[in-house]
Design a binder for this molecule. Sequence first.
Ligand code: BDR
Ligand code: CA
Length: 350
Amino acid sequence: MKKIYFSTLLSAILVAALVMTACSKSGSGDSGADSAAKRKVIIDTDAGSDDAAALMLAATSEKLDILGVTVLYGNVPLDAAAKNALMVLEVCGSDAPAYIGADKPLTKYREEMISVHGEDGMGDQDLIHPKGSAEDKAAVDFMLETIKANPGEVEIIALGPLTNIAQAIQKDAETMKLVKHIWVMGTAGFGPGNASPVAEFNVYSDAESYDIVLKAELPMTIVGLDCMLEETRLSQADMDAMAKGTDCGKFMNKAFTKLFAFYQSLGQNMGVPDALAVAAVIWPEYVLETKKCYGVACIGDDAAYGQIILYQEGAVYEAMPEIGNYNLDVVTGIDTKLYKKNFMKIMTGK
Ligand code: BDR
Ligand code: CA
């Protein structure tokens, strides 16, 4: 009798704990996956506010086992990026460890870049008080050791400049060849840039790193800025719904304060580019079309800096460079409705 009472009590506590989980996994839009089948991922992030939302999609997905989060400079300086990543993991109830990576690009820091995420990267709402701290191991070492220990199994989701990944290639290119796949939010895709008319922020931050990563010809999917279609963006009504939603939604409603104001000043709804890349990993049916491409990074110190030229397989140009493998899958079609529905479910619980 006592045993039954104890196990009933235990179940009740467990159920209550699950219900109270910061941002429930049942709200992830996943059909579910048992733990043995979970995909092993490393998330590489510069931890601005859209990275935070992207991290939440990943952390609430039952399909992913986040082996670690590697942070680097980008939207904010490295220290702030590390704190932001830790804070976001806490809000999600994730125990994934965080590792400190690059504090600057490989060659040249781009002073002219503005931060659209606020000084602290999370909307300057005094949200950032993480209890945890980053691991002692350096991000590049963690990346290499993890990939070596799980050959052909680890996927990297890159949400910032590619400096950490380029440094890992520089340190041990053979081990990096064992990576299963790299998913990248970066490049302008086939549309205009946001750092310059031709360059997207993550590439413009460190185009030399993109050059190294592209030349390594690792299996890679690119979600470019042109995927940030109107139907994926967040309106005032979406922000209001998030404010009354899950812990993730409430946190993101505040963290998006500066980014939302930035887009409003342009007369636009808010784009959340990094979440569009995580969506491609966790909701495969959201990717409707990809094009096989070969990418070349523009690294000359001129107006084209940070542009990625995408040569499509099958296309013939009168001035073709020497093309290696068409190893990039560039996403050119997405299910915006599915994305928005799943995103808002995580943020509002509905
Ligand atoms: C990218 O730049 C950053 O502001 C975002 O976090 C995203 O990774 C979009 O160009
Ligand atoms: Ca980012």
